[in-house]
Design a protein around this ligand. Structure first.
Ligand SMILES: Nc1nc2c(c(=O)[nH]1)N[C@H]1C(S)=C(S)[C@@H](COP(=O)(O)OP(=O)(O)OC[C@H]3O[C@@H](n4cnc5c(=O)[nH]c(N)nc54)[C@H](O)[C@@H]3O)O[C@H]1N2
Ligand SMILES: Nc1nc2c(c(=O)[nH]1)N[C@H]1C(S)=C(S)[C@@H](COP(=O)(O)OP(=O)(O)OC[C@H]3O[C@@H](n4cnc5c(=O)[nH]c(N)nc54)[C@H](O)[C@@H]3O)O[C@H]1N2
Ligand code: SF4
Ligand SMILES: [Mo]
Length: 705
């Protein structure tokens, strides 16, 4: 789109897809003489229909931020002292390629670990590079994010489900998800809100009274981490009351009798004791959900960050299945993949030999996570520190501020100190980047050509601007692959790669840019033609594949660490509306509203601790151990014994790694039992103690002991 004003400035408009979060809202960027000056939602985008949130509006802040890295940096001083020398791309990439080659020759390709944070539409490139290198090790937050629920549903019924909001569910179970704020998995929160406007009821299961929970038809404020017991209790009620779909269960599932026997112990009273919920409330929530003719579950990350994460999602998958909601209108829908060479096939897992795959760190312990190709951060930390099963020489991170986002910062710091090479590709000098040997400056989403692949559509993210000195992760990987002698597994250019990815769709990147958006075809009840994509073609209520891997065939609830006199509160966390994981703390639009992480607590807890709104406190998970400093926020939306910590903070203004991390809750996570299938760390549901901060100010040095 272009307006030609004759002699005046040249104004043009480009359509793209926002990546300030997973949501994927259509964006219109206005450029004056080629420079972006305005951004807003695209009313013609079929998914977002013009919606654009506060983070989307901060995109130009991100593009123009004076803090952006603009040149590769190579460390000159000791790690952590922040002494770097600016170098050209050729030197930086040459050094990385040389060191990786030397380290692989000395310690084997598996000694090189690649890393990524949350998915940013280039994840498949990172996996392709790992497979081409011959390393089975890609570390990331998969264990506490998307993958517990993905793997629970794939192993149960052979696919991953999405709420069919357009199919007008009568009831939505909003379970450990704050969809209207977080827009996860490429489904924007307004889809849920619009369904509610059209009449969908919401049952919110969340320790916190979120805005949506406050307006929900029912709110179940359960004790953090106990959702698995609740789900098993709901299954029992559904079976006892005969609210399950008999025909579906008979025709399409296996193991129903064992399941019925298994859940007998989870009567409403016992569930009430574990979860802190009134038995009548559990019964009413179950009745609403299970007797609705159309119902879906929006299960979120609130369920994925404790030792029960996988079995929680598995119990929910079983509940949805026996109620007959799979692939049903207004239910939990499985989309057929679109013929794009993307997330599934682009990684080229065929390039990794079976022998190398067996070497995946933690693969013999967290076997379900290992099926996804990811390594759990805790397993990596242990492997580096103990040099077992082998020495880890190098870590190359594409978009992950691990010092803020991985559990157990203390152990991670020690592990990083043992690496021969740490490379960080980022837009900013994060605490993680500060510890790197080489830092590569990357472009923001406005500076990228990318195919955005979601369940219900694909869309074109178009480069509208180039910031001098920055490159995309894809360009970095193409260049590195060439230097490492792996160019034959890649493409001569980014455009050639994008064309290849779209070949199955019968279009080129140039053509796709003009279309911008291709919807997927929605089909209900696909299992009626061809069964479920499991070995038996049925839903595995009892899971034989898991049994053969040494796990239990039915989901189990495991007890959580209990509060003590010194650690009397149960802490959980949530992702903030105006930030994105550890991002945007340096952008004026988003950072203006909040200058320190909140510890939200009930008025009674605040009274007990003699604290007021705005007081600085130190929070600890071990008496005498590390502390994180947070600002008290009092809210009536929490139980007296539960506190809610803002996750993934750091202070960009602070020059030392220690000072910048005094706000990061992961200083005090780690050390609790993890999920046996996925290695999910206990980030939520841990007992903590609170004391008034000893000194004023936000970044007074704290005990890192
Ligand atoms: N205690 C606690 N810990 C948590 C969570 C929690 O709720 N509580 N949440 C967990 C979850 S679900 C997740 S997904 C993780 C998030 O973990 P990460 O995904 O590692 O998130 P960030 O720490 O924000 O790090 C992302 C970094 O990537 C940079 N970046 C942004 N875009 C790009 C890009 O296109 N390319 C590159 N190379 N860099 C880019 C950003 O500047 C930022 O420094 O945190 C996990 N950690
Ligand atoms: N604005 C914004 N959007 C984001 C992100 C962000 O940081 N900010 N991060 C992105 C990422 S990586 C992810 S994974 C998604 C996450 O998005 P969501 O899946 O929505 O996850 P959260 O917002 O972290 O947590 C959801 C809810 O879980 C509740 N909760 C906490 N503990 C428990 C518990 O034990 N049980 C139950 N039932 N609920 C609990 C919290 O109170 C919160 O309301 O969001 C993505 N989108
Ligand atoms: S919801 Fe996400 S994708 Fe949509 S405008 Fe906000 S940040 Fe961008
Ligand atoms: Mo995540």
């Amino acid at each position: 789109m272009t307006t030609n004003g004759g002699a005046g400035p040249h104004v043009s408009r480009v359509k793209s897809v926002c990546r300030m979060c997973h949501g994927g809202c259509g964006a219109v960027i206005e450029l004056v003489d080629g420079s972006p000056t305005r951004i807003h939602g695209d009313p013609e985008n079929p998914t977002s229909e013009g919606y654009f949130c506060v983070k989307g509006k901060a995109s130009l802040d991100l593009l123009h931020s004076p803090d952006r890295l603009r040149t590769p940096l190579v460390r000159t001083g000791r790690r952590g002292t922040g002494e770097f020398e600016p170098v050209g791309w050729d030197r930086a990439l040459g050094r990385i390629a040389d060191e990786l080659t030397a380290n692989m020759a000395r310690y084997g390709p598996e000694s090189v670990v690649l890393g990524q944070g949350t998915d940013r539409n280039y994840q498949e490139w990172v996996f392709r590079l790992a497979n081409a290198l011959g390393t089975p090790n890609v570390v990331g937050p998969a264990h506490v994010c998307f993958y517990p629920r993905v793997m629970a549903s794939i192993l149960t019924y052979g696919g991953f489900t999405f709420c069919d909001y357009e199919g007008d569910p009568e009831v939505v179970l909003l379970w450990g998800s704050n969809k209207p704020n977080t827009h996860s998995d490429g489904v924007i929160g307004i889809k849920l809100l619009r369904a509610v406007e059209r009449g969908s009821k919401v049952v919110a299961i969340d320790p916190r009274k979120t805005q949506t929970a406050a307006r929900a038809d029912l709110h179940l404020p359960l004790r953090p981490g106990t959702d698995c017991a609740l789900a098993l209790g709901m299954i029992k009620i559904v079976i006892d009351e005969g609210w399950y779909d008999r025909q579906f269960v008979a025709d399409h599932t296996s193991g129903f009798d064992e399941l019925a026997e298994h859940v007998r112990r989870f009567d409403p009273e016992r569930v009430g004791e574990i979860t802190g919920l009134a038995p009548d409330l559990v019964l009413e929530a179950t009745r609403l959900y299970a007797t609705a003719s159309r119902a879906c579950v929006e299960a979120g990350t609130g369920l994925s960050q404790n030792r029960n994460s996988f079995d929680t999602h598995r119990s929910i998958a079983l509940l949805s299945a026996i109620c007959g909601n799979l692939d049903a209108p207004g239910g939990d829908l499985m989309w057929d993949p679109m013929p794009v060479d993307g997330r599934r096939s682009f990684p080229r897992s065929d390039l990794l030999s079976a022998e190398q795959e067996k070497k995946r760190i933690g693969g013999d312990v967290h076997k379900v996570l290992s099926m996804t190709g990811w390594v759990a951060p805790g397993d990596l930390q242990r492997a580096i520190l103990t040099e077992s099963p082998y020495r880890v020489s190098s870590l190359v991170l594409f978009g992950s501020n691990i010092l803020a986002s991985h559990e157990d910062t203390g152990s991670l710091r020690e592990a990083i100190a043992k690496l021969d090479l740490l490379v960080v590709c980022d837009m900013f000098l994060t605490p993680t980047a500060r510890l790197a040997d080489v830092i590569l400056p990357v472009s923001s989403w406005l500076e990228r050509d990318q195919i955005v692949e979601f369940n219900s559509y694909i869309a074109a993210r178009q480069k509208v601007y180039s910031l001098d000195g920055c490159r995309s992760d894809e360009e970095i990987i193409l260049d590195l692959a060439e230097r490492l002698g792996l160019g034959h597994h890649f493409f001569p250019s980014l455009e050639a790669a994008l064309d290849a990815k779209l070949a199955g769709m019968g279009i080129t990147w140039e053509q796709f840019k003009k279309t911008g958006y291709i919807p997927n075809e929605k089909r209900y009840h696909k299992y009626r033609e061809s069964g479920f994509r499991t070995r038996s073609g049925r839903v595995n209520l009892v899971n034989n594949a898991l049994i053969s891997m040494g796990y239990k065939g039915l989901p189990e609830f495991k007890a959580l660490p209990e509060p003590t006199r010194d650690l009397p509160y149960i802490m959980t966390s949530a992702h903030a509306r105006q930030f994105y994981n550890s991002e945007f703390h340096q952008l004026p639009t988003t950072a203006r509203t909040q200058s320190a992480p909140h510890l939200t607590m009930s008025p009674r807890a605040a009274e007990r601790e003699e604290l007021s709104d705005g007081d600085m406190v130190e929070v600890f998970a071990r008496p005498g151990g590390r502390v994180v400093r947070m600002k008290v926020r009092i809210s009536t939306g929490l139980d007296t014994n539960v506190v809610m910590a803002d996750a993934c903070w750091w202070y960009p203004g602070e020059l030392s790694v220690d000072e910048s991390l005094t706000s990061s809750v992961n200083l005090i996570t780690g050390g609790n039992p993890t999920d046996e299938h996925m290695g999910s760390a206990m980030l939520r549901g841990i007992p903590v103690g609170i004391r008034r901060a000893r000194a004023a100010g936000r970044t007074t040095r704290v005990d890192h002991g």
